[in-house]
Design a protein around this ligand. Sequence first.
Ligand code: DGL
Length: 267
Amino acid sequence: MNAPIGVFDSGVGGLTVAKEIMRQLPNESLVYFGDTARVPYGSKSKKTVCKYSKQIVNFLMTQNVKAIVIACNTASALAREELEELVDIPVIDVVQPGAKMAADSTKNNKIGVLGTESTVKSGIYEEYLHKINPEITVVSKACPLFVPLVEEGLIEDRITEDIVGRYLHDMKEYEIDALVLGCTHYPLLRGVIGREMGEAVKLVNPAYETAKSLKEMLREKNLLAPASSKAKYHYYVSDGVDKFISFADSVLPCHVDETTVIDIEAY
Ligand code: DGL
């Protein structure tokens, strides 16, 4: 089926997921929406995140998408169920695949989870991890300063190293051997986080497993684009086109030449 896949995030972080989908599903077209006017979601209530996410999904439905990928851990944690009720196309989130990947990665059953305040407060990773294996111990930490650091492009910077060091200081005492980067911005800080935690800790980026689950789901439902189709990518934001494009160009393998601003409140 040639229809595009709708991918959304509170801003630019979901591009790390879009990138992985482009790599694993090179024939699939994507419509990406980044809610750059209302980012961050990570400090907002469930009610607000659900309202924003529903508006975005309503918009994506106008683009005739065949499936939705919630490329935001916060929206996955707080709004997945509401979104599934809203539409009758498949909805994939990033948390379930991330939890599965972490459970597959750990050898000592001690897993760390980094996320936004709302994701950590929701306890969603613990819930999924305990469903997979009740023996797993989970230590979570909200890292609210990571998102602005990434948005400002301070990827390899002394300030970032300092903040990563402070956030992860306690985590190091728990002898975890897998650490979930449970926010779509965080994989961009994997260099600094990896150095801080050391080689014995496997960093889990849910994007890889999310794209894999998406592929399996599309195959099962007979929704895969034909091998002959050429992928087209369309980008929409709620504000700040120039900043979005320069960020997207630094993350994605292909140049983003056009991004459209839409009034998301109208949906
Ligand atoms: N992209 C969001 C997530 O994965 C983090 C950014 C935000 O707080 O909106 O949770």
